[in-house]
Design a protein around this ligand. Structure first.
Ligand SMILES: [Zn+2]
Length: 241
């Protein structure tokens, strides 16, 4: 199956245009109809950017773009006819910085990136500044040969911003299943009594070992919750096991 058919069968963004009068000398000639479809990396960025809440500024270009032969057309010079290889996105400052940081991680795969522009500079796939650009927004161009490649770039940018990139999630200890909830759970202890309880919402479950206590505290911290043990004058709630 042709690459364009595969991309269409995946439901990627598609459309068509007629090359405008006054186009440059690169093929196809003015008046030719071009059917286009977004390459997979562009499609993935569309979906991930939407989830991140970043405004999409476009994939296929306007008439001025279509008169030329760049990546915002279906006739980019040197690339596959009918495939759109670029997307523009309005991203926050921290996202642009996170993207550059990601590209500079030696074992982070960016081989599908041809180049990207951001805040007046152009960067290569390794995140190296290679010169000026007229773009202030983030422009990402995809390399030929990666039309079908699935990517996680914007998800990873979001993870870098959140500090969770390549960090395994802290597992939830089973004691939270005993309680049946997480929010509002607090470690409590009677003064002079070694027993520690995880309590809240009229229930409590006993923490049975130091190992379990460590796991509970780590999990509470991972959720931004208080991981200290509070002294109480009487133990609250009914015991659950
Ligand atoms: Zn662009």
């Amino acid at each position: 199956m042709a690459v364009t058919d595969t991309l269409r069968s995946r439901g990627n963004l598609s459309g068509w245009y007629v090359r405008p009068a006054g186009s440059d000398a690169e093929p196809p000639r003015a008046g030719t109809r071009v059917d286009w479809v977004a390459c997979q990396p562009v499609q993935d960025l569309l979906e991930q950017g939407k989830r991140a809440g970043w405004r999409n500024l476009g994939t296929i270009g306007n008439e001025a773009h279509l008169k030329r032969h760049g990546d915002h057309t279906g006739h980019s010079k040197g690339k596959t006819r009918g495939v759109v290889y670029a997307k523009d996105t309005d991203v926050p400052q921290a996202a642009g910085q996170a993207l550059i940081e990601l590209c500079r991680i030696p074992d982070y795969d960016t081989t599908y990136i041809d180049f990207f522009n951001w805040r007046g500079r152009q960067y290569n796939s390794a995140g190296r500044d290679v010169g000026p650009s007229s773009d202030q927004h983030l422009h990402v161009s995809v390399r030929r040969g990666h039309e079908l490649t699935r990517i996680t770039l914007f998800n990873d940018v979001v993870a870098v911003m959140a500090g969770t990139f390549r960090k395994a999630a802290t597992p939830m200890p089973p004691i939270f299943n005993q309680l049946g909830f997480i929010a509002g759970a607090q470690l409590v202890q009677l003064p002079g009594d070694p027993a520690i309880w995880l309590a809240g919402r009229g229930k409590r479950a006993q923490v049975m070992s130091m190992t379990e206590l460590k796991a509970v505290r780590a999990y509470l911290r991972s959720r931004g919750m208080d991981d200290t043990t509070r002294e109480v004058v009487s133990l609250p709630g009914e015991v659950v096991t």
